[in-house]
Write a protein that binds this ligand. Sequence first.
Ligand SMILES: [Zn+2]
Length: 436
Amino acid sequence: MRRSFHVMAILAVIAAGLSNAARAQQKAAAPVKKIAVRAGHLIDGKNDKVIDNALILIEGDTITSVSSGGQPPAGIEVLDLSQYTVLPGFMDTHTHVVLNGDITAEDYDVQLLKQSIPYRAILGARNARIALEHGFTTIRDLETEGAMYADVDVKTAIANGEVPGPRMQVATRAMTPTGMYPLLGYSWELKVPTGVQYVDGVDGARKAVREQVMYGADWIKYYSDRKYHFEADNVLHSMVNFTDEEAKAIVDESHRLGKRVAAHAIGSDGIAAALRAGVDTIEHGDGLTDALLDEMAKKGVYWVPTITVGAYVAPGRGGNWTRMVDLERVAFQKALKKNVKIVFGTDAGGFDWKELNQAKEFEYYVQYGMTPMQAIRSATSMAGELLGWKDKVGTIEAGKWADMVAVSGDPLKDISELSRVKFVMKAGTVYKNELH
Ligand SMILES: [Zn+2]
C-alpha cells in the first residue's frame, strides 16, 4: 500500500510537470491578440484628408491594416469608436517627469533639498500616468533636475509594464559648466545638490557624455545659455555657458556614440552658439531671429518651442518673461513661413502636472498660426521624426505601434478638444476608455 502510494505520488508529480510543460507550450503558441477599431473619423497623422468610417486592425502591439469602411474579420473583438475622432497617440518632446513646477527658485530648491530622489521617482511614475491619460503615448523627458538617473528608472518600470505611462526617451542629468545652474546662493560650506551635472573642459565634456550614456541617456541635453536680457537692438540676448570647444565636444562625442543633442537655448547668443556646435534640437528658442531661423531651416534643426511653460510661469516670474512670450509668438510665425521644423514640446514639469494638461500647447500653436492639422502633426508625425522612430510612431498605418487616442468633438474645428481625450491605447493595450 505504502509503496504504491509512493509510486502514485511520483506519477502525480510527473503528470503535474507534464501539464506545466504543456501549458508553457500552449502559452508560447497562443495566438497574438487581434482587435479591430471602428473609427467614426480618422486623422491618421499623414493625410490631410480625414478618413470616415475607418477600420483599423491590430495584432498584438502593431497596426496591421487601415481601411475606409470594410468589415472586421469574424470573431475578433471590435472597439466601437464610430461616434468619435481617432488620432495617433500624442508625443511631447520636452517634459520633466520628476519635476513638479518651478515658477520660483524656491519651488525648485525645495524639491532638490527636501525631497529624496526615490520620492521624486514615485511622483515621476504618477506624472507619467497623467501624461498617458491625457493621450501622450510617447515622451522625450529632457533631464531630471537633480534627480540623477531617476528618469531611466521610470522609463524602465513603464517598459516592463510595472506602471502605466508613455514610452520614453530620456536625457538623464543635462550639463552646464560649474556654477551656471542652480542650486546656487547657498553657503560655500554646504554641499548642496545641483540641478545638472557640472562639466568643464573638452575632456570633461566627452567623459560626461560617456558617463550619461553608460547610465542610460538616450539624448544628451546641455544648457547653452542663461541671463536673458533685451539690448538696444530689441533682440533677446543671453550669456553663453560653454566655450565653443566644450559645446562642440559634447555634440561630437554624443554623435560618435549614436546619441543626439538637445540644447536649452533661449537668447539669440545661446541659440547661435548651439547651432555652431551642431545640436539636433533647440529647446525654447524665444530669441530666434530671422538669420537664426534661416540657419535652422537650412540645417534641418528642430525647434521645440514649449510655449505652455513660458505663458504659465511669466506672471509669477515677472521681469522679461512676459516680453519673451510675445517675442516667441513673432518667432513662431516667422518659423512657419520659413518651414522650420516645429515639434510639439511643453516643458511639463516646469508647470505642475496636476494643474495643467500639456495638450494646452496645441491651442497656442493654432493661435500662433498653425492649422489644426499642422498642430496635430507637430505632436505626431513630426515628433516621430525628431525621436528617430518615424517607422514606429506618429501615424496610424500598417506596421506602426498601435498608439491612438479618441475625442468626441472635431479637433479640426476646435483644437481644445485635444485636451479632452476620452480613449487612449498604447501598443495595442487600452489605458483609458470613457466612451460609455
Ligand atoms: Zn525643460
